[in-house]
Write a protein that binds this ligand. Structure first.
Ligand SMILES: Cc1ncc(COP(=O)(O)O)c(C=O)c1O
Length: 433
């Protein structure tokens, strides 16, 4: 092994693949085959058999009475908001640092997303800033439990009760996580999850709304199923619905994953704790503090902070490129301040609500996290053993010791070259990322 950085032609710390994701076995294969043979493939009648079974089990495992399985985790947000009566003229508070879909779902209802900065300790919505964004049009809050942390749900529920707001937890990263004695999605009035490929449970695509309010659940089904009421006694007005149904193939893939969730959550939690033992000794890396109220940690991505001052003033992107080249899949600009995202550059007149929303948002913590500071490690790195985790620490130590090799290189060039080299290495070694 030579000790040059892999980005500069040295040997990478790691050439072995990490655990492949998604994980499946004969249970998924059998389930898919059964659906195939049943010829009952789609989401209609809604909910169809497996989608109903999956939604019931998922909701039960997440301490909610009802679950409605749908096409993905963007429409699940939209449906829950619409079912709660959010629409044109309303404002919904969302964190500035999240996937664009969180805010897009608000726009799809006709309401205005109002961006509030995130807490530097969690990168989740900063509850202390919500009051500054509140107006008489504010109708809902979407706390996003980002990465491996929870929004302070004690504070959110207190504000919501005082102001009469609807709370929709965006739990796209939080399957199996727990705040105090309740699973993700069960503290707010509803919770939304995604089953997109990278997520902690996946059917390639998919989503679910959970809630303990039967009228809300009924309205979600109605909106997801072309406006049809789920039961003859369903309350509420007729609505124009979408077709956002989950197929039986998706449900068949998700059912066995529910059986693995607890064990995988434990393993990831154990491995991320082990990672912290190594990271905490590296100057220039700081950890998001743990919070005792998170009683089960769902680790969709392990996120830490990179401080350029302690790393020869190289940019975070150069560090991430070097880490990828060392064989550690990682990302920096995983998310950005949504209001600055290129995905939000569509013509204002197509979403008039957005033109109202553009009010010079400035969320410095979100911007620092997105463009300079955060480093994201995907959850499959934590489904192996201690040796896998030790390689991550070794790679970061190696970069730290040889950071001079990265000084003076133009950041973007390093990023592009580094990513191309990393992707080639990953393909060759079949690292599934
Ligand atoms: C925080 C967050 N919310 C919502 C979504 C949307 O989920 P989907 O991709 O299933 O539409 C995602 C997915 O990336 C997400 O990360």
């Amino acid at each position: 092994m030579n000790y040059r950085l892999a980005l500069r032609g040295g040997d990478p710390v790691r050439t072995k693949p990490f655990t492949a994701w998604p994980i499946y076995d004969e249970r998924e294969a059998l389930g898919l085959h059964r659906v195939l043979e049943s010829r009952n493939w789609g989401g209609y009648p809604c909910p169809n058999d497996l989608a109903r079974e999956f939604a019931r089990k998922f909701a039960q495992q997440h301490n909610a009475r009802y679950g409605v399985a749908v096409a993905n985790g963007t429409v699940s947000l939209e449906l829950a908001l619409k079912a709660a009566g959010i629409g044109f003229g309303d404002e919904v508070i969302v964190p500035a640092y999240t996937w664009e879909g969180t805010a897009a779902a608000v726009l799809f209802t006709g309401a205005v997303p109002v961006f509030v900065d995130v807490d530097p300790d969690t990168y989740c919505l900063d509850a202390a800033l919500i009051e500054t964004a509140f107006t008489d049009r504010t109708k809902a809050i979407i706390p996003v439990h980002l990465g491996f942390r929870f929004t302070d749900m004690d504070a959110i529920m207190e504000i919501a009760a005082r102001r009469g707001l609807f709370v929709l937890e965006d739990c796209a990263h939080a399957h199996g996580g727990q705040w105090r004695d309740k699973r993700a999605g069960a503290t707010g009035h509803a919770g939304s999850f995604s089953f997109q490929t990278s997520k902690l449970m996946t059917a390639g695509e998919g989503g679910i709304v959970i809630t303990s309010n039967i009228d809300l659940a009924d309205q979600v089904i109605r909106l997801a199923n072309c406006g049809r009421p789920p039961r003859t006694e369903t309350r509420g007005e007729p609505v124009l619905g979408h077709n956002y149904r989950m197929t039986e193939f998706q449900a068949a893939i998700l059912l066995p994953q529910l059986e693995r969730l607890e064990e995988q959550t434990r393993l990831r939690e154990w491995n991320t704790k082990h990672l912290e033992k190594g990271l905490k000794n590296i100057d220039g890396i700081s950890l998001l503090p743990r919070d005792g109220r998170i009683t089960k940690q769902a680790s969709y991505q392990y996120v830490f902070k990179f401080h350029s001052d302690e790393f020869g003033r190289i940019h975070r992107n150069a560090f991430v490129a070097a880490l990828n080249a060392e064989g550690i899949p990682s990302d920096g600009r995983f998310y950005e301040a949504v209001y600055r995202s290129s995905l939000f550059e569509f013509a204002e007149e197509t979403y008039p609500a957005w033109s109202r929303a553009k009010r010079g948002f400035r969320c410095p913590v979100a911007e620092r996290a997105g463009y300079e500071e955060s480093v994201w490690l995907p959850h499959q790195l934590f489904l192996g053993d201690e040796n896998d985790v030790d390689d991550i620490v070794t790679a970061i130590e190696k970069i730290k010791e040889n950071v001079d090799e990265l000084i003076g290189y133009e950041d973007e060039r390093i990023r592009v070259q580094g990513m191309a080299r990393a992707q080639r290495a990953l393909l060759e070694s079949k690292i599934p990322y």
